[in-house]
Design a protein around this ligand. Structure first.
Ligand SMILES: [Zn+2]
Length: 49
């Protein structure tokens, strides 16, 4: 079962990415390092509702 999530930059709080995750495999909050165009660097992005 895949659910749509939004990934937000933990530095500037901008919502940069829409993606999906497997709810059974990733039960905890999803975190990934991605490029943030607002910070102009790679930052940690976290799932938000
Ligand atoms: Zn940022």
């Amino acid at each position: 079962m895949r659910v749509g999530i939004i990934l937000a930059c933990t530095e500037c709080k901008q919502r940069n990415y829409n993606t999906t995750k497997d709810k059974k495999k990733h039960t905890e909050k999803f975190e990934v390092k991605k490029y943030c165009k607002f910070c102009n660097t790679h930052t940690l992005h976290r799932e938000i509702k």
